[in-house]
Design a protein around this ligand. Sequence first.
Ligand code: KIV
Length: 257
Amino acid sequence: MKIKENLILAKKSGFRQAWLTAYDYPSARLMDESGIDLILVGDSLGMVVLGQKDTIDVTLEEIIHHLKAVRRGVKRAPVAADLPFHTYETPDQALASARRLVEAGADAVKIEGPLLDQIALLVSNGIEVIGHLGMLPQHVREEGGYHRKGKTESEAEELLQSSFALQAVGCCALVLEIVEETLAEKISRQLDIPTIGIGSGPQCDGQILVTPDLLGLQPWFRPAFVKPKTDLATPFQAAIRDYIRETKEATKTDKRI
Ligand code: KIV
């Protein structure tokens, strides 16, 4: 439970967490060497790497494949991995799936929703668990979109109680996705474990983003709450176009390429 102890200590000292997702060796290595606090092999893999419309069809095998690549690139930061949809329907299934992620190199696993029995079993088996409340992307089809959570009093109360329950059952941190900012602030103030916001305002104890969103690598899809730090799609395409032009223009004796 070293990650949990470190995270609680960091929160007490006012140290904010900057987390990102990664799915491959070079990105993970660059992030690790840049000082990122935690790398998540998220099931956003489905959308930002595999070209799927949501995260629902991502499999455990796919997460493991990408997790192994990320693991090879990381020396310093903890690496966490998502439990994909339908891989944790019972506590025993959750434990079997989580053990496979740990064997593949995960230091922690993340699970969507207030699944207390599943999480309790993982924690009692020595597995570090990151909780995830608010908008749960694995339920996007039944919800008909990505909606902000905690707007009504009853939904806010339910989220607050679930946050306490996830802490009590042993989570080391709690991701809050697209949660009302005032509620995210209230939860953050009341928990000992850090809250990690995504689209939940600046008062969480840290933030996580899907890296291609941050780097502007997917101009065709940008969540409203993301302010990209750069626009890598433009130099990417410029380099490809330049390469195509140069290759097509070169004569066979041209030494430039
Ligand atoms: O899969 C993912 O990328 C996530 C986000 C919270 C970052 O779960």
